[in-house]
Design a protein around this ligand. Structure first.
Ligand code: SF4
Length: 688
């Protein structure tokens, strides 16, 4: 028997924990601790512990599939490539759209971005960042000049106060939760704001239960209280920011008195007072947020409000502070960095910027040019265009995404995807989306490839190949390069290895310019920006100056707005969604992990004890959950831990898919849907 350990990075959340894959006779069989990682220091959450279990599942895709007469038939790679090439060449550039993937590597995302813009020449490329942190990218770019988590994970342990709003950190980013506990052990105060008393809330010194969708009112109220008491950091405001007076004019309005904010949010006034004092006076407060802040029609407003309060208190550009936007998927930061967005090339170089467009056009050398220098459609817009403007979009190429479970209003999504003339899906399993494809291409998972991913703290870390892929499955970037060659562009994709792809990325991306595999193989890896090979990387952003050309942070006065859909007589409760400790997003990997699936085998709807009493619903009873988008049957979980009037569902489970219910109303800037607040009703199932 031959056994070896291969260190690699966890394929689930954006924390970026490293572990060893245990390989026996060439097959991945387990996970073992890797003590040298500065991120997780050998510790893992359950998803990491069992991250080997889906790798060798018997239902992995192992050969290309072509749909004939409604059924998939096995095909050779040449047959699949020839069909895809012939079909894609028959469409005009902007009739095609591409979805990249926050689960695959930077190299894979760069390859599909180049394929979209260079081979297909379409401007319509996006990925699931649209569904999670598009509002962070837009909100923090506007306020700080850079749309990413400002501090590092280890740094959170140095905080004097940690304010967590809209993030169930202990279940969604457990190894970041560990740093919060280290801060608490060092004496920091922990404030938690959420409609549910989650495991994160149970560790807090102050728990503020609030109605989904009232974030801006809460943050404005806290800022009013801080200014009223003179606790703002006057020096920081004077030297490092602009437009403070405009902010003050809004947050000091009577609308944002603590009494009013209490009425809107449901948080008692004394709790708001305590929170304001702790946040302002700690000396180093870190704010942690996630999709509770971003997934709203006011997602960008929420993010700007978080930035406002941190600038007000001088909590930026120093250890233990910062705006810590916790990115969801393992490589959602990297997919954004790689330009898998409709408005930018790599490193956020704008597509509409003439110089940037010329730079990529020259660097890539496509003889017939690249996409037009115009912004493309977001994934949410693609779905609307497909249903509302038939014939405008005709073909879609999806790599490693599953919109048939992840996107809001699934009936609408199904209608959109079924209206495509031609759909290619490249994935490791036959997901709900892949089942609708015309061609399915078998790809490799994280355990079968070298490559890099960029975690929430902008740390670029290595994946290392531990075993061969199953059957004929191929590397994602390799599939795209081979398909491009079939379409006449062999010279533009000369790569022989993931390292070749990365070296090209570094050449065209200033923030990755000083990185190479040799440097990234070290356990600490590198945080971007890292512009030169001598540069040590940047664990904390905005020290001394922000990323805007004038170096100043910008205050944005934000008025509170209610969610697009609020409870009424017909749909009297607020509905919100989230994740569980044991599953990951659409469950394509975790639900194929026997250990994780046995912990949490299906979904549920959380109902407050008093609401359940009013409805006559018992714990465990099947109910019908209904919104204006659709209805599902789901077991009730009756609990005092959710706020009265609010209901919650995890969104991982196809058999009771929460996204049948969610609202696809969008933030006007980020085009992110309002997953976190809509109106719902519950009906008992009558016995026949
Ligand atoms: Fe993986 Fe995230 Fe768990 Fe770490 S915290 S083991 S990265 S899922």
């Amino acid at each position: 028997m031959e056994m070896k350990y291969v260190p690699t990075t966890c394929p689930y959340c954006g924390t970026g924990c490293t572990f060893n894959l245990v390989v026996v006779d060439g097959k991945v069989t387990g996970v073992a601790p890797y003590q040298r990682s500065p991120v997780n220091e050998g510790k893992l959450c359950p998803k990491g512990v069992y991250a080997h279990e889906f790798v060798n599942r018997e239902d992995r895709l192992t050969t290309p599939l072509i749909k004939k007469d409604g059924k998939f038939v096995e095909a050779s790679w040449d047959e699949a490539y020839d069909l895809i090439a012939q079909k894609l060449k028959s469409y005009k550039a902007d009739e095609m759209a591409v979805l990249a993937s926050a689960r695959t590597s930077n190299e894979d995302n760069y390859a599909i971005m180049k394929f979209a813009r260079g081979v297909l020449k379409t401007r319509h490329i996006d990925h699931c960042a649209r569904l999670c942190h598009a509002s962070t990218v837009a909100g923090l770019a506007a306020t700080f000049g850079s749309g990413a988590m400002t501090n590092s994970i280890g740094d959170i342990a140095q905080s004097k106060c940690v304010f967590i709003i809209g993030s169930n950190t202990f279940e969604q980013h457990p190894l970041i939760g560990r740093r919060v506990m280290q801060a608490k052990k060092n004496g920091a105060k922990i404030i938690y704001a959420d409609p549910r008393l989650t495991p994160t809330g149970k560790q807090a010194d102050l728990y503020m239960q609030f109605r989904s969708g009232s974030d801006v009112a809460i943050l404005n109220g806290l800022m009013q209280e801080i200014i009223r008491n003179g606790w703002e950091d006057k020096e920081f405001i004077a030297n490092r920011t602009k437009d403070f007076e405009a902010l003050k004019a809004v947050v000091m309005k009577p609308d944002y008195s603590l009494e009013n904010v209490s009425k809107i949010s449901g948080i008692p006034v004394d709790q708001l007072k305590t929170a304001a004092e702790w946040i302002a006076k700690s000396g180093a407060t870190a704010i942690l947020y996630s999709m509770g802040i971003t997934q709203h029609t006011v997602g960008v407003d929420n993010v700007k409000s978080v930035a406002n309060i941190q600038m007000l208190c001088g909590n930026l550009g120093k250890p233990g502070a910062g705006v810590n936007a916790l990115r969801g998927q393992n490589n959602v930061q990297g997919a954004c960095d790689m330009g898998a967005l409709p408005v930018v090339f790599t490193g956020y170089q704008k597509v509409i910027d003439e110089a940037a467009h010329k730079k990529f056009s020259d660097a890539w050398g496509f003889p017939d040019g690249i996409c037009e220098p115009k912004n493309g459609y977001e994934v949410t817009t693609m779905m609307d265009v497909l249903t509302e403007k038939p014939g405008e979009l005709k073909a879609m190429y999806i790599m490693g995404e599953n919109p048939m479970l992840s996107d809001p209003d699934l009936t609408h999504v199904e209608h959109a995807i079924k209206s495509l003339e031609f759909l290619v899906v490249q994935d490791i399993f036959l997901t709900e989306t892949a089942q609708l494809a015309d061609v399915v291409l078998p790809a490799t998972c994280y355990a079968e490839k070298d490559g890099t991913q960029t975690s929430t703290e902008r740390r670029v870390q290595m994946w290392r190949k531990a075993q061969d892929p199953p059957g004929q499955a191929k590397l994602d970037w390799q599939i795209l390069a081979e398909l491009s060659a079939k379409m006449g562009y062999a010279g533009q994709f000369p790569w022989q290895s993931a390292e070749d792809v990365f070296n090209e990325i570094a050449k065209v991306t200033p923030s990755y310019g000083g990185m190479n595999y040799e440097r990234l193989r070290k356990p600490e890896a590198l945080h971007w920006p890292c512009p030169t090979t001598e540069h040590a990387g940047t664990p904390i952003l905005h020290i001394g100056k922000f990323s805007h050309p004038d170096g100043l942070g910008v205050f944005f006065p934000i008025e509170f707005k209610y969610p697009a859909e609020v409870p009424d007589a017909e749909y009297p409760y607020i509905f919100t969604t989230g994740r569980t400790l044991f599953h990951w997003h659409t469950g394509s990997m975790t639900r194929r992990s026997a250990s994780l699936e046995s912990e949490v085998p299906t979904g549920w709807i959380e109902i407050n004890t008093e609401d359940a009493h009013d409805l006559g619903v018992a714990d465990g009873e099947m109910v019908v959950a209904k919104t204006r988008r659709g209805e599902i049957k789901v077991p009730a979980r009756v609990t005092e831990e959710i706020m009265k009037g609010v209901m919650f569902m995890p969104f991982h489970f196809a058999e009771c898919a929460a996204n049948v219910l969610t609202n696809n109303a969008l933030d006007p800037i980020a085009k992110i849907p309002e997953f976190k607040a809509c109106a719902i009703k519950i009906e008992k199932i009558q016995e026949a």
